[in-house]
Design a protein around this ligand. Structure first.
Ligand SMILES: CC(C)(COP(=O)(O)OP(=O)(O)OC[C@H]1O[C@@H](n2cnc3c(N)ncnc32)[C@H](O)[C@@H]1OP(=O)(O)O)[C@@H](O)C(=O)NCCC(=O)NCCS
Length: 182
């Protein structure tokens, strides 16, 4: 899906939020009731994808800084992460960006917009970064883990496998290396 026919921009305190309805009420309410509060507190930035023709919000996502941290109970998973990092750069935490919220309007679902948004975030955090950022993380709704797996995210731990949300990550380095080759 080419989302360039839509407008993509960060929400600011004066933005008039155009109608939006995903299948998740909590995510709908966050956009209208709380996204500006998070922005004012410097806790998260929300990005809107807007269809100018229909005057509707197509999708939104929220980003905040995060870290991926060593968990002594998940040593083998941590080794799997560490193996990706060159020896002398291995740490107990790695800088990350979290997708705090992501929702696509029901009118626009299943058209590749969610994937295009993830691709946008992958590009945004591998080009011209202001800070180091190695991973994208997300607390994925159990019903949405399949969507993230299709977009090359991985589970961080098995401990949360029965929870309502699961911590998932995407390693930006191989993505960046692949970009260089193309
Ligand atoms: C999950 C969501 C963001 C997906 O957006 P979308 O624009 O419909 O997804 P896309 O069309 O880009 O789908 C990309 C691929 O993921 C698959 N996919 C989409 N949603 C899926 C889901 N819930 N489970 C498994 N696979 C899913 C699609 O079938 C597609 O696969 P394909 O490449 O084999 O065709 C959207 O359905 C949504 O907003 N849901 C409600 C809120 C939510 O769950 N947000 C995630 C919070 S963590």
């Amino acid at each position: 899906m080419d989302i360039s026919s839509f407008d993509l921009f960060p929400l600011d305190e004066k933005t008039e939020i155009l109608p939006f309805c995903s299948k998740d009420d909590e995510l709908n309410n966050f956009l209208f009731d709380d996204a500006k509060n998070y922005l004012a507190e410097l806790m998260a930035v929300t990005y809107l994808l807007v269809d100018r023709q229909t005057q509707k919000t197509v999708a939104y996502f929220t980003l905040l800084n995060d870290k991926v941290s060593y968990d002594p109970e998940e040593r083998s998973l941590w080794n799997r992460i560490n193996r990706r990092i060159s020896n002398n750069k291995r740490r107990k935490t790695y800088p990350s960006v979290k997708i705090g919220r992501l929702a696509v309007s029901m009118d626009y679902e299943h058209q590749g917009i969610g994937r295009a948004i993830l691709n946008f975030v992958k590009h945004a955090f591998t080009n011209g970064n202001r800070t180091g950022c190695r991973f994208i993380t997300v607390d994925a709704y159990a019903a949405a883990t399949g969507f993230y797996i299709k977009n090359s995210f991985d589970f961080f731990t098995q401990k949360d496998r029965k929870d309502a949300t699961r911590l998932m990550f995407f390693d930006l380095k191989p993505f960046k290396d692949a970009q260089k080759k193309n």
